[in-house]
Design a protein around this ligand. Sequence first.
Ligand code: HEC
Length: 322
Amino acid sequence: MKNTKPWWLYITITFFVILIMTEYFIDSGNKIAILTEPAALLFMVIVLVILIAISLVITAVENVTYLTLSKEAKERYLEKKEAAAGWAWGKKTYQKLLGAKPIEAETEIILDHNYDGIRELDNKLPPWWVYMFYGTIIFAIVYVVRFEVYGDYTQAEEYEQQVAQAEIEIEEYKRTAKDLVDVNTVSLLTDASDINAGKTIFQANCVACHMADGGGGIGPNLTDEYWILGGGIKNVFNTISEGGRDGKGMVAWKQNLKPAEMAQVASYILTEINGKTPANPKAAEGDIWLDPNEPKASKETTPSETNNATVVLDSIAEVPNE
Ligand code: HEC
């Protein structure tokens, strides 16, 4: 029995449809899902095996059924099958696009000159080529009108637009990929959601040694401006990530907390714990930490100095009135 159904074609098409669907549903960034996710790869292998199995079963069933048919039934069956093999349409279109005359009909288009037995066929231009040519003409007209007549946008504008779009996408990516932070890129988080998340992490992991209000116990007081290992978001993040000095009891939390979580708890400590007055403050340890990025003057200004400054300003302001 001639098998008119190209089974390998169905398998390939179904396989790629499923592949594209997995690609669509699995979020694998810019990479192909089956390359990054072993589970997706396994899934696709299973899909392939099942597809092959199905086609084998169908072919086998068909063959067995065919053998049991009577002679006329076999003929009728083959006839039906031939007609149903949805190829006819595709073949016809393909032939049309090629526009070639079948060999039997070549006498109609042969030209009547003859050079040493070499003769010429007056074939039409293949329609696929002609349509493409028309396509380029239409494209050219649209292009000229749009960019030369109306001046829709220039290359430079297009470039700027795409760069702006890319910048938006980078920002978006950075916001969603918070776990990319490390000690060099971490910055103080201010979103209430981050601070709350930090509070939850602090209460779950840190209060045993630092107390709920940060007043200190086994661990040092986190409310004062004295830091053993340095203050500021980068140092605090680093302490949490890498732990304290050997044997002091502060472990490296990077094994248990994600970078984003460490940034959250560090931000929580710096905004909600540091600077508050705890119930039982532990004596200060370490040194006063001054942010090197902040202008020194503002840190060292004492309240009395501020008052004096106001007085001076006031007296200056009064001069013109006198
Ligand atoms: C087992 C007790 C313990 C736990 C739990 C603990 N710490 Fe500590 N922590 C310490 C000790 C002890 C130190 C002092 C380390 C040193 O002296 O090197 C410290 C130091 C610190 C410091 C630096 C303080 C400074 O003065 O420089 C920070 C910040 C800190 N811990 C945050 C945390 C956070 C956040 C958690 C929870 C994720 C946590 N700790 C959990 C014991 C603990």
